[in-house]
Design a protein. Structure first.
Length: 210
């Protein structure tokens, strides 16, 4: 019997937005089918539009329901997977987790521009411009603050794995790709996320993308 949920994503080598809900579904233990659309091709836009009204990926299909934003998909997955909490249980801590997730979702344009996602590869990173350096510093500060205040229960930003970790997973991949220098704590967080079995599965698949 086919899975009820169907996630449409872009190439795993490049699609940072797709990684987030894909990880959420994997961590929630929900069965889903996936369609991968090759990015950076002449027919990419047309192929995406066959599935997504926004012309962008990711898109989650649940029957006739379409959800076409990565954070919205993660929120929907959290509601489906009530037995596997994907947000911190404490209301105040959960609010902070949502705040840093939303900041990641909406911000850091220089980081995205100058350190594009290239999963599983290694590149020499020349000195990033000041705006990218500022984005890197802000990400590192978020990680340090969350780990210090909320991370006692485990190795992730809020102790146990949460959607906040999914939202920052593409940045973890970027920092790994470009060898970004981090504090001991920041480097440990990168190592923790990169060691996740679903992250390794994603990176292995990305190795076949051109």
């Amino acid at each position: 019997m086919p899975a009820r949920l169907h996630l449409v994503i872009g190439s795993k080598r490049y699609s940072s937005w797709s990684l987030r809900p894909w990880l959420a579904l994997k961590q929630a233990g929900l069965a889903f089918e996936e369609t991968v659309i090759a990015l950076r091709r002449p027919d990419t836009k047309a192929n995406i539009l066959e599935h997504s009204p926004s012309g962008k990926v990711p898109l989650l299909k649940d029957g006739s329901l379409l959800i076409w934003d990565s954070l919205a998909i993660c929120e929907y997955v959290a509601e489906l997977a009530c037995a596997v909490p994907l947000w911190p249980e404490n209301r105040g801590v959960r609010a902070v987790a949502r705040a840093v997730s939303a900041e990641m979702h909406a911000g850091f344009p220089a980081l995205r521009q100058h350190l594009p996602m290239d999963a599983g590869r290694r590149h020499l990173l020349p000195a990033p411009p000041d705006d990218a350096q500022a984005d890197i510093a802000r990400v590192a500060a978020i990680w340090t603050d969350c780990r210090a205040r909320f991370g006692a229960g485990g190795p992730f930003l809020f102790g146990n794995w949460s959607i906040a970790d999914a939202m920052f997973a593409p940045v973890v991949s970027r920092f790994s790709t470009y060898g970004v220098a981090l504090s001991v704590q920041g480097a440990a967080y990168v190592e923790t996320v990169m060691a996740l079995q679903p992250m390794q599965e994603w990176i292995d698949a990305a190795a076949g993308d051109d």
